[in-house]
Design a protein around this ligand. Sequence first.
Ligand code: ADP
Ligand code: MG
Length: 250
Amino acid sequence: MRTSLHGSNCGDSCCLRVENLSVQIGNDVILKDASLHVHCGEMVALIGPNGAGKSTFLKAVLGQQEHGGIIVFSAPGQRGKKPKIGYVPQSPQFDPGDPVTVADLFVCCMSKRPAFLGASKAMKQKILECLDRVHGVDLIDKRVGALSGGELQRVLLALALEPIPNILILDEPLSGVDVEGMSTLMDMLDEIRNTYDLSILMTTHDFSMLEKYADQVALINRGITALGTPEQVLSSPAFEQAFSRKGGAL
Ligand code: ADP
Ligand code: MG
């Protein structure tokens, strides 16, 4: 059983509170009355069949999706301050022949300087600092299109960690990553969670990781149909129904 740094009660340790989140697109009800509390320092996994509303849930939390209900962030000792959110989108596709390097990507995201001028000395130092957080300094001159799935996720993670957020949100970080890379990435996320004392909210299709890494799991199927520890959710009737041939597929 994992232990949470800040306990699992609400009050001051609740980093993200989602109450009765509802999303309707056209006539389609994508999410209805979804409520979830992410406590500070916790790793929370959202699982569910394709089209269940996982990415929509994250987009609503990120303020990119119109929604009903309440979404409140707070961070201990930072009452009244806007919490910082880091976001790693579902793996973007890069052309394998594209000459853009990891350093170019950082320059585009972190400075107004045109990428073709290259990184200044100070900028290069900053990029190395960022990459060091994901043990990726050796990736700085690699072409983005030539990175493996796991390397690309580490680069995107390094971008999301600057500045260090209060909550890190990742959409399917394990897709496109090989089995060995999955454990490496999950170990890294766990290390980052501990080092920087941040909360992580991520979607995944990989249930084998849940027991070791997730404090809470929410099963989404157009609403939250099961919520609890990995063991509780994976053995719930709602899980059985969602992933049976009749109820849905991975
Ligand atoms: P998941 O991430 O669980 O696979 P999504 O949240 O991406 O699911 O999508 C949930 C449902 O919402 C799907 O049926 C999808 O087609 C629909 N949907 C998502 N975004 C839009 C949109 N912008 N317009 C219309 N339908 C959408
Ligand atoms: Mg999705």
